[in-house]
Design a protein around this ligand. Sequence first.
Ligand code: RVP
Length: 487
Amino acid sequence: SSKLQVPEALTFDDVLLRPKESRVEPDDADLSSRVSTNVEVSVPILSAAMDTVTESEMAIAMARHGGLGVLHRNMNIDEMVEEIERVKSADELVIPYDDVVTADPEMTVREVDNLMAHEGVGGAPVVNTRGEVLGIISSTDIRPHLEVNEDDPVTEAMTDEVITVDEGVDPRDAFDLMYEHKIERVPVVDDENLLVGLVTMQGILQRREYSEAVRDEDGRLRLGVAVSPFEEDRAAAADEAGADVLFIDTAHAHNRNVIEGARDIKESVDADVVVGNVGTREAAAELVDFADGIKVGIGPGSICTTRVVSGAGMPQITAVAQVADVASEHDVPVIADGGIRYSGDAIKAVAAGADAVMLGSYFAGTDEAPGRVVTMNGKKYKQYRGMGSVGAMKSGDSDRYLKEEPDEEEDYVPEGVEAATPYKGTLKSELHQLAGGMQSGMGYVGAETIPEFKERSEFVRVSSAGQAESHAHDVVITDEAPNYSPD
Ligand code: RVP
């Protein structure tokens, strides 16, 4: 029967990169790539749109370290807008007027001191009710050894010859000015000397520290935001709030209604629109003419039970390769989403044709992921759950899996589980291992850039004996490695 002439589909453990002659040292391998038509990243890595993985804290850390966080959508639209604004304003050079802590000239030194301590700032412009800058006060002006009395008006203690900069200041000029005058903060004023914002040395230094950071044209951190194909108002609000990429977030995007919804959204927003998930050539062919990126993964996720529950899915290396065959002809970026356990899996996904990879479980155990650390049997864990699990569906939108909210808990048909993942410390060190392993892979293949690597890499097929040989074997591991744990 033709039903039994079945094509083979492969996943990460079925293949290895064929080593090739190389002049590339891993440190010199350049991981920069793009996640969508207009959004470039320094490392081709995204954190998953899951409520135990990406909220603003994760998105800020991902963008600062060169990748991209994708905000989940198990929150209402107002919360989403706040989260987006948190990311977009995190590294803003000029703190906008509304966010600047200012002192009132009527206040006493003590009151200003308390205010600054309470707000966690080291200084404040003193402005009158018109918003005019009268002076600037810093905690060093009111140290106890100085000759100021706590009950004196703040105008006695402040510096009244204030160095200010004009609106639209070049950050470098502000830095030079602060350096030259040994000052920590400079008010930004308009032509009537009214305060419009504040530039701080701390903000400038922070920006220098994150040289790999992924930023928009205005220097703000970039982020992605997951939206449903059926909620145009959410998409519009995310776009308006400054989302750089909208991720049309479904478990099966090769669906007429999803494609129509995604198209409508694409036509109405400025942000790039990535559509997913898919896992076949035909699905990719439907998306290439309007999507800014295609996300691949039907069932590979660590917490995903789609393949077992529904009997449908596509092993991830084959899924990525098939989609990339079509997408590359139309110059549409491909993101491999799910199933990545090790850095080697991530670079194999790129070899199969992905421009970037998305991970959930790998990051769920870090400090920046939502949720707290719990201890079980003396080991530390963090919660990690599928967005199609009962718990996640109950606490938010269940339409990722195109299901109606049932009346009774036992009526849910979940396609994900609720789990715990080992606690891992900072995102920075996890990303360092992941990116470092990917660079190693590029070194073995002799490719200096991601496009070159995609071109040059070749797979060999691995038997189960070969697979066993790949892992640590015939030994008892005595010390934990930062990038490997057998499972
Ligand atoms: P992983 O990195 O293997 O943990 O996989 C994360 C991916 O799994 C997500 O980006 C998403 O595509 C998918 N996912 C999320 N929830 C579920 C589910 O409940 N089935 N699957």
